[in-house]
Design a protein around this ligand. Structure first.
Ligand code: AMP
Length: 216
């Protein structure tokens, strides 16, 4: 029988997915936080988990490297969602995609005056669309992490990043000035897998749906 591959990222997504996997009768044989293995077997011989970067989950599922995956809406917006079936909002890993600036920087005034803003982010596509829709001129600066640093050293006027508790912004004397989207993690499914192996995927998808409906 053709096995099922589930793409997950370490950290919050994996931790918050664990109860959903349990609800589907799936238990990882190893903890990805301590194991160096990228393919993790489960208690079910027909199910394995691959550990990839959060931003790579949609790519693996789109191209059939995995049948199922769990990715934040932020990641899916940036990816574009092409070739992916997105049947379920799991309601986990909630946060907000925000524009933030240094304390004391008058964002509203800068926008009103038509200033050209330097915006540092890893979300280039989403940011381009957001500021274009608002008619704000921006120079986007691609970063891969620690976006909060950019305004502090004069690299950018603003950042676009996900914010959860807001503690990281506060610790770096930044303030959120605009919400771009409310984020939670979604189940993504390879469209061909669903056609070819729907009968084996459906029970997992249904268990995730029931478990996430109970939890949210
Ligand atoms: P916060 O709780 O606001 O201090 O968030 C701390 C850091 O965690 C931020 O820099 C974010 O980049 C990151 N973060 C928060 N929530 C999420 C999430 N749901 N998915 C991915 N990264 C997150």
């Amino acid at each position: 029988m053709q096995g099922i591959t589930i793409a997950l990222s370490k950290g919050r997504i994996f931790e918050e997915t664990r109860p959903l996997l349990e609800a589907a009768g799936i238990r990882a044989a190893e903890d990805p936080e301590t194991s160096r293995k990228l393919i993790i077997e489960t208690n079910r011989p027909d199910v394995r988990i691959i550990i990839v970067r959060a931003s790579d989950v949609p790519t693996y599922v789109q191209h059939g490297g995995a049948d199922l995956g769990i990715a934040g809406k932020d990641v899916l917006m940036e990816h574009g969602g092409e070739g992916l079936y997105q049947p379920l909002d799991l309601g986990i890993a909630r946060c907000r995609l925000m524009v933030a600036v240094r304390e004391g920087f008058d964002y509203a005034l800068a926008v009103q005056q038509g200033a050209r803003l330097r915006v540092a982010t890893k979300y280039l596509q989403v940011s381009r669309e957001h500021f274009a829709a608002k008619g704000v001129h921006v120079d986007l600066i691609k970063l891969y992490g620690s976006m909060e640093l950019a305004p502090l050293v004069g690299l950018a006027d603003a950042i676009v990043d996900v914010v959860s508790s807001g503690n990281t912004l506060k610790a770096n004397r930044l303030v959120a000035v605009e919400e771009i989207a409310s984020i939670s993690a979604r189940l993504v499914v390879n469209q061909a897998s669903l056609k070819l192996a729907g009968t084996s995927l459906r029970p997992i998808m249904d268990a995730f749906a029931r478990a996430s409906a109970v939890a949210t």
